[in-house]
Every structure is written in structure tokens, then in C-alpha cells.
Design a protein around this ligand. Sequence first.
Ligand SMILES: *Cc1c(COP(=O)(O)O)cnc(C)c1O
Length: 394
Amino acid sequence: MSQRPNLVRRTPFPDSVSRAVVTPLQPSVVYASPDPDALDDQYEGRAKGYTYGREGHPNADVLAQMIDRMEGGEGGIVTGSGMSAVTATILGLLSQGDHIVGADQLYGRSLRMMTQDLPRWGITSTLADPTDPRAMEAAITPATKMILVEVVSNPTLRIADMEGITRLAKDRGLILVVDNTFTTPYGYAAYEKGADIVIHSVTKLLAGHSDVTLGYVLARDPGRRKAIYDSVVTLGLTPSPWDCWMAERGLYSFDMRHARAQENAAALAETISAHPAVESVLYPGRADHPDHNRAAAVLDGQFGNMVSFRLHGGRAAAVALTRAAPQLAFAPTLGDVGTTLSHPASSSHRGLTEAGRARLGITEGFFRVSVGCEPIDLLRADFTAALDAVAALG
Ligand SMILES: *Cc1c(COP(=O)(O)O)cnc(C)c1O
């Protein structure tokens, strides 16, 4: 060949009168505009168009619209992780001197951000028990701007008094931020029930397959939405198109996964509670759960896929359980399509002292189960065999 072909110029994408059924994955970071006037139109909002990947891209927007529909809102923003949604919300809306009231059993990294990171930037916080709105109210100071809560606490599955907290936030003019990860929009319609900001770790139940790390934040007020969006773009918290594409794919089966996992959780809670190796079971759908009545009202009968339980015996019992059931992934996450086990004393709550854990009711024999979509007979058999192995320790 006398002249080499030009491989640098991109070959045009083929035209097709038929359209792809599946959402195209669009990895382009840059978007070419026809001319500077057209770019002006884009930046001024007169024309819709993408410019640069960190500022947004179609796969993030498709995913955001799907979760918007689940929450009943619009204009949600997808971020690179659940923690980046928390970060963008707090740093986008609060300033030096502001104060947050947070629930005292928030996700571990959210707690760490409030107690260790935010103070370095001049934002302070007080933690209070969200099952008691009077305790939340007592934590409010003249500098308080925001309340951050999760509906179901980890790992003891206590239910926040959402009605009381929503009223409190409204009465005191505070921004109510609900991290709706554990409950999902189907377990608690956070936006419809009055949250100003709703956050999800999409990584968990929504994406559902433990193969992407993503977050989502929905703000009611357009000014706050813009502030959160700007902090996402400035801090570089934008998600990858591939992760968004995978999460979109996962969401198509969310309805079925949610119904199945929840049904399994209720059945498994009964199986576990009947076993002699088990000291107690924590499941909001059971009459013996400390917040059962509130759970029935707040969660509208959707008790979720999480079941916690305490074994008789200490670390040896916990080790025996995980070893006897290697098919149930002993992994520090939740919301996978398959059942996973978490042991807070050695993972999420290992930073606490034994006394600190005891105050929360977390013993060495404490497990939290994220119940998945396996056939229930298989799950029952797995847990019975694993609990038998614990009982055999004597
Ligand atoms: C996992 C989780 C987060 C953080 O989400 P990542 O996607 O891991 O960053 C925040 N809140 C809750 C309740 C979570 O379970």
C-alpha cells in the first residue's frame, strides 16, 4: 500500500432504520458541538446537549430517570458511589459554621464523615436516636441546617420515627435528608412522604448484583439540586457510563427481586428463630421486634430483606456458622441477588469497643443477613445446616 489509511479519524457509526432495543453504552467523555453559538445554547440551557463526561452523560441520565420514577420525583443525579451522594449533598448545601443532626446508627462511613471529617471543614454534628423525635429535637442548635437519617438502622434494624422527624424538620425549617438505601423507594416512599433530599447507594439493592458502585441523590428544591450537581462536577463524583449501564440492566428486575427477597426474609426469620442455636431474631415484620408497630406503619407492611440474629455463644459460634455455610457469601455488603452474611463485630462495627457494641446489642454472635432471591427451601436448608453446626459446638 503506497499510503497508510487514516486510522486516527473515527469511522462514522453505521446508520440503521431499525433501532437498538437495549440502551446504547456511551463511553464518550467529550462531545463535539457544531460551533461556539451552539455551545452557548447548550450552556445557557436553550438546547440540550452533552459537553464533557464529568458534567453528565446519557447513561447516567437514563439511570437517574428510572430511579426518579421509583421515588416519584424528577431531576435526580447519579453519582459514583453512595458515599459520593452523601458527600455532594453535605458539601453542596452546608458551609463552615453549620451543624447537622444525624441518626446515631447511620452507615459507618456517613458517621465517620460527620464525626471526623466535617469538623475539619468547620461543620459540626450531633448524633441522636431516630426512634425518638424528642431526642432528635434536643440535638438541634441555632446553627443546625440539616437532619440526616436512615429509615432502618444497621445492623439492629430499628425503625426511625419518620413521621415525627419529618414534622420536626418542617417545623424547624431544616433540610431533611433521607438515606433510603436499606428501604428502597418501594419500602419507604421517602420523597412522597416529605424528604427534601433522598439518597441511595445504588450499589446495593437497586443495582442488585454487587458489580457496580453508584449513588443517587434527589433534591426537591431546584436551587439545592443545582448546588448538589455543582459539587458533584467540581469534586469529580460523576459515575462511569459502564456502571450506569449495568445498574440500569439490574433495575429491570428490581420489582421481582424485591418481592422475592422480602418474602424469603420473612420466611427465613421464622426458620432461624425456631433453631436452638439462636438466642434472638431481629426482623421488623415479627411481632417481637421492638419497633414492629412502627415498622408496620412506616414501611407500610414492606418489611424488607434484612434479617439480623444473635447466636448463643461468642466468636467460636460465629466462626462455625460462616465455615459451615461457605455458599452464603460472608461479605460486608447487602442487596445482592444472592444471600450474604455480615458479622458487624469483625467488620462494620469493629472500630467500636466491646462495650460500645454491647450498647447497640451487637454481640460476637450477632449476624446480619441480606436475604437474596434463592429458592426458599434451599435457604432454609443452608441456614438449618449452618445453625446445626453451631449447636454441635455444645
Ligand atoms: C453502602 C451504603 C452507603 C454507601 O454506599 P457506597 O455505594 O458503598 O458508597 C451509604 N448508606 C448506606 C445506608 C449504605 O448501606
